[in-house]
Every structure is written in structure tokens, then in C-alpha cells.
Write a protein that binds this ligand. Structure first.
Ligand code: SF4
Length: 364
């Protein structure tokens, strides 16, 4: 199969493993930003193929994991409202809110919670149910923002007034900056997320690389992609170069998808956003522009003012910033499992804890 088999080829994999070993002269820490890359690394044992000098650190690139408890609580409140059909990607249904409740338990209790694959499906549901309010839980990095923007644009064009969004979209570059600016930062180089850069391009990453003197390689998700991305990053680190390079050129261009970018800035503006386990990151979230604010569920529905506490049992903040690995959490595999998750990284298909539980539960 084109673009899959050749990126899982054992011989090419061995060549990159050997090339990495050949050029490595000292310890380096490289962070893969995206949860999809983390899953590939853990699933295929890529970190185990590397020289002991290389440490891979798992980054915060799981949008399901970083959605704030406050927004999960609001989603649960909306889903429990009998007027509302609440539409969400399936990953969000088992993310616990502040009282350990989740969207699945609301659904089990009679709430009209529906799993959709696209916000455009939610638009259809709104057209089919004009007497009900349809709310879409808009979660994801820059990768999923264009379809959300398209849904709002279509709803506006079609005059659909029973559709709104609970917006939880987050942006990658501000999170990378937060990590690099932290006093305890130990990241020497980054593998940036190929699918995010397919939309955004990688021009924005140039300033980050130069400001923090940290090489960035835009990287794909298959084993050969990741090994080639690591090799390109190491070549920069070992020779003292600092650039943004593009391993995922079969999908990513420097400018990205400009049609999608125009649509995103037509519909959304940046705002500070609370990241679960991490805190507020300036300009890391999106909200609807004034012209589209009638589609904002936070404006359409009243919410009680509440202060939300995150559980102290879950160390997801340390996991998401690469400070600790999942098996270093006391609850991992004991009180926290995919069947009974305490935190979002154990639920999400891109969560680091779920990856370690699935592929490496007994390995420390
Ligand atoms: S193992 Fe569970 S409790 Fe521990 S950090 Fe991961 S999700 Fe949180």
C-alpha cells in the first residue's frame, strides 16, 4: 500500500537505527509532540531501538487529554439538558469530569449523547431535529479546526439556528513555547506533528526554533517517519545547527493549507485556554469571532459559576509535559486502567497512559 508499507519496512528501519547509532556522540532528549507519534513509538518499540544516549519524551499532543475539567463539566451539563442533542467524538465520552462523572454515564442515564465523526454530521442532526438544540463538542488541535470552521460557516449560510459549539480547540505552538520556556525544560529537540502542520504549514515554527535554539523536525506517524525525524533532529543537534526541517514532505508544505487557514481565521480568534493538568496557556485556544458568536454554546446556554478542582491522584500534567512517564504514576495499572480511568491520558486513543497500558504494561 502506498505511503504505509514502505514506512513500516524492516530493512529501511534497520538502516535508520544504524545511522542514528553512528552519529550519536552524547545524551539528547527529543520530545515528540503528538500522541499519535507516542502510540507509534510505544507500539513499535522505537525507543528501545535507539542508543541509550537518546531519550524520547512524550509531549502534550493529545487534545482529548488536555481538555479542561471545566469544559468536561460543561459538556456533561449540556448533555444532561433534555432540550439538547449533544454530539461528540467517541474519545470524549469516558473522560472524567470533576465528580468522576462522564458523558457515557449521562448517556446511560437517558441523555441524548450521540457519537459523530464530523461536525458536519451534527449539522445534519440539527436539520433533522429543528425542535431540539444540537451542540457539537469541538475538540482537537489545528488538524480538526478546519472542519469545525466549515460546519459553523455552513450553519451560518443555511440559517440553521439550533446548532452551536462547545469550543475546546487548542493550538500546538503555544504549548511548545510553554515547555521550552519552563525553568526545568530538558528538551533538546522537537518532532512536530505532521498532521497539524499539514493545515498550518511550518513557518510559525521558525521563530520558536530560533528563540529557544531548539531544532524542530516536522514528522509523520509511521515507524520509518519517526526514525527519520529522529535522525534529522540528531544531525542538527550533533552539528550545532538549529532549523525547522520537514520529514513529512509527502503531506506538509511550508505554507500549509491556505484555504483552510483563511476559513479558520474567518470563523475563529485566539484566546487563552486552560489545559488539563497544565494550566492556562496564552493564545493557545480558539473561540468564535463576534460574527459567529451566536453559535457559541457558552452564550446560548446558562452555566452555574463553579470552581473546579482537578484530582490530585492523577499526575497527567507531569505526563503531558514529559516530566514523568506513565508507569511512574502510582495509580498506573492499579487504580487507573482503561476500564476504570482516573485521568484522560488513560482514556484517549492518543493518551500516553493508554499506550503504555496497551503495549508495555509490564515493562518499567
Ligand atoms: S495512569 Fe491514570 S492517574 Fe496516572 S497519570 Fe495516567 S491517567 Fe492519570
Amino acid at each position: 500500500m502506498k505511503f504505509v508499507d514502505e514506512y513500516r519496512n524492516a530493512e529501511i528501519t534497520r538502516k535508520y537505527v544504524a545511522a542514528i547509532a553512528r552519529i550519536t556522540t552524547r545524551p539528547w532528549k527529543i520530545m515528540e509532540i503528538c500522541g499519535g507519534q507516542t502510540h507509534s513509538i510505544v507500539k513499535y518499540g522505537i525507543d528501545k531501538l535507539l542508543p541509550p544516549e537518546i531519550t524520547l519524551i512524550h509531549g502534550p499532543g493529545c487534545p482529548v487529554c488536555v481538555t479542561s475539567v471545566d469544559l468536561i463539566d460543561k459538556a456533561i451539563a449540556l448533555a444532561a439538558n433534555p432540550e439538547v442533542i449533544f454530539c461528540s467524538f467517541g474519545d470524549m465520552l469516558r473522560i472524567p469530569g470533576s465528580h468522576s462523572q462522564d458523558l457515557l454515564s449521562v448517556k446511560a442515564g437517558g441523555g441524548d449523547v450521540r457519537i459523530v465523526y464530523s461536525p458536519l454530521d451534527a449539522i445534519k442532526i440539527a436539520q433533522q431535529n429543528p425542535e431540539r438544540q444540537v451542540v457539537f463538542f469541538a475538540v482537537g488541535f489545528e488538524t480538526t479546526v478546519p472542519t469545525t470552521a466549515m460546519a459553523v460557516y455552513r450553519a451560518s449560510q443555511l440559517g440553521i439556528d439550533n446548532f452551536s459549539l462547545l469550543v475546546a480547540h487548542v493550538l500546538v505552538p503555544p504549548a511548545m513555547e510553554l515547555i521550552l520556556a519552563a525553568p526545568n525544560n530538558c528538551v533538546d529537540g522537537f518532532l512536530a506533528a505532521g498532521h497539524v502542520c499539514t493545515v498550518t504549514g511550518y513557518q510559525e515554527y521558525q521563530a520558536i526554533a530560533q528563540k529557544y535554539h531548539t531544532p524542530i523536525v516536522v514528522t509523520g506517524f509511521e515507524p520509518v517517519d519517526i526514525l527519520q525525524g529522529i535522525y534529522m533532529c540528531l544531525k542538527q543537534l550533533e552539528t550545532g545547527r538549529v532549523e525547522v526541517e520537514n520529514q513529512y514532505a509527502r503531506s506538509v508544505s511550508y505554507e500549509g493549507n491556505q484555504t483552510a487557514q483563511r476559513l479558520i481565521s474567518e470563523v475563529f480568534e485566539t484566546v487563552p485556554r486552560q489545559w488539563r493538568g497544565i494550566g492556562t496557556i496564552e493564545t493557545s485556544g480558539l473561540r468564535l469571532q463576534n460574527e459567529y458568536s451566536k453559535f457559541d454554546a457558552l452564550n446560548r446556554f446558562r452555566f452555574k459559576d463553579t470552581t473546579v478542582q482537578e484530582t490530585t491522584d492523577c499526575i497527567s500534567g507531569a505526563i503531558l509535559q514529559g516530566i514523568k512517564k506513565p508507569h511512574q504514576c502510582q495509580a498506573f495499572g492499579k487504580h487507573c486502567t482503561p476500564e476504570h480511568p482516573l485521568g484522560a491520558p488513560m482514556v484517549s486513543s492518543e493518551g500516553a497512559c493508554a499506550a503504555y497500558y496497551r503495549y508495555r504494561q509490564l515493562v518499567s
